[in-house]
Ligand binder design. Structure first.
Ligand SMILES: NC(=O)c1ccc[n+]([C@@H]2O[C@H](COP(=O)([O-])OP(=O)(O)OC[C@H]3O[C@@H](n4cnc5c(N)ncnc54)[C@H](O)[C@@H]3O)[C@@H](O)[C@H]2O)c1
Length: 402
């Protein structure tokens, strides 16, 4: 008989609600049980609702870890809590399903990797489990595209006042001394960078770490962090890669990842819903966040039951993502203000957003040729980035973050 995995959930609002639903779906299949939750901010109604279902509520996650009998813990809390909460779970020998991004700093990731010698932490980059991502990686790992030459990605996801007003940590570099580094490349579209690392990985399950990264970070909205980023780099296998992402356009461009090889090419588009290729393989399957989280839990539980050898994304697998994002900040020399003359404010109902002159076109140009905004000659792109060699020394101070 399969053992029922007892879960504790830290953080019940936001994405935590999707985690709860995924656990409940697997509970119906007799594979999981939500035993307890920890969240200091929820109201009496919600606490009563949990209690009515026999789910114990704790204000403090440490109390939950001390008092409950758990097999695994889900950490679905804001980024600045990830480090201490993951360490606390690992110290108690628990499996962890940690929301992406794992932690902002390379030094923090190395600390967690050292504390997790058995790879018991899964990082919830759920796009890796998408049918389209898996089909793309099969084209690569089975050699149908030949030797991979380049991986280029881009996306414009406009974000309005409400996005930045929804949480104290939104748009911040740090809070109370805890690093956050919130922004499109490091939060909303972080999946895209991690997927690039996956596409460059030598075997079907593995990820690569670049050998060099050059990048630029900008802000149109006058937040502490950035809302616009571009980067280019190279993997040790000589694959070139690039990314351009922003929250500062009025019109959306769903994210797209293009892979070119010596024998063919493939494109993941429409925020990962569509795969097209020159080698006869295509797929059109939109999967919701909930569906992707459900898949992530199915794979997570397979590891605990011994049916699968490794989690889809271990802490070690996220090294490429963390090294790359840390390197962009170093390369960019901090975050540059886009001059006001290039920024137009637009409104949608009560909320305002910002649109930078020519930015959407620059993002699309980066997708086609991998050039940084400054190299494209964008008038507002005042950055003068330096190439950064990886691996980074994790003690190197990052501008605005340490
Ligand atoms: N995988 C995805 O598609 C996806 C989507 C959105 C967010 N995220 C990630 O999920 C994480 C949480 O993001 P969010 O937008 O849901 O955050 P949020 O600000 O909405 O907070 C989530 C929950 O955590 C709770 N919380 C805050 N501090 C806590 C503490 N000390 N102890 C216990 N609970 C606490 C909050 O009360 C809230 O219920 C972030 O890492 C974010 O990047 C992932």
């Amino acid at each position: 008989m399969t053992k029922i995995v007892n879960f504790g959930l830290i953080g019940t609002g936001g994405i935590g609600a999707y985690h709860r639903a995924a656990i409940e779906t697997h509970a119906e299949a007799g594979l999981a049980k939500l035993v307890a939750v920890a969240d200091p901010t929820i109201g009496e109604d919600k606490i009563a609702e949990f209690r009515s279902k026999g789910i114990h509520w704790h204000a403090d996650y440490r109390e939950m870890l001390d008092q409950e009998t758990l097999d695994a813990v889900v950490i679905a809390t804001p980024i600045p809590f990830h480090l201490e909460m993951t360490k606390a779970c690992l110290a108690r020998g628990l499996f962890v399903n940690l929301e992406k991004p794992p932690v902002p700093l390379l030094g923090q990731l190395e600390e967690l990797i050292a504390a997790d010698p058995r790879n018991t932490v899964n990082v919830g980059f759920q796009m890796i489990g998408a049918a389209s991502t898996q089909a793309l990686k099969r084209l690569i790992s089975e050699g149908l595209l030949g030797k991979i030459l380049s991986i280029r990605a881009a996306g414009c996801w406009p974000r309005l006042d409400g996005y930045y007003g929804r949480a104290r940590w939104a748009g911040k570099m740090s809070i109370d001394g805890a690093p956050i580094f919130d922004g499109p490349a490091t939060n909303a579209l972080a999946h895209v960078i991690h997927t690039i690392m996956y596409c460059a990985g030598e075997t079907h399950d593995t990820f690569s770490v670049p050998s060099e990264v050059t990048g630029e970070l900008y802000r149109a909205r006058r937040i502490e962090s950035y809302d616009t980023a571009c980067l280019k780099g190279r993997f040790p296998s000589d694959i070139a890669f690039s990314l351009a992402v922003t929250h500062a356009t009025e019109n959306k461009f769903p994210f797209s990842i293009q892979v070119k090889g010596t024998l063919g090419s493939a494109t993941l588009s429409e925020d990962g819903a569509r795969l097209e290729s020159s080698v006869g393989v295509s797929l059109d399957r939109e999967e919701s966040t909930q569906q992707l989280l459900d898949i992530n839990y199915t794979e997570f539980l397979k590891v605990l039951s011994g049916e699968r050898a490794r989690f889809p994304s271990t802490l070690r697998d996220t090294r490429g993502y963390v090294e790359t994002t840390n390197a962009i900040l170093l390369s960019s020399g901090g975050i540059h203000d886009i001059p006001m003359e290039f920024i137009r404010e637009y409104r949608q109902g009560e909320e305002a957003g910002f649109d930078v002159t020519g930015l959407r076109e620059a993002v699309l140009e980066s997708l086609s040729n991998g050039r940084l905004f400054s190299a494209q000659g964008c008038s507002w792109a005042i950055g003068n980035p330096a190439p950064i060699s990886l691996p980074l020394d994790s003690t190197t101070p990052l501008p605005g973050l340490t």
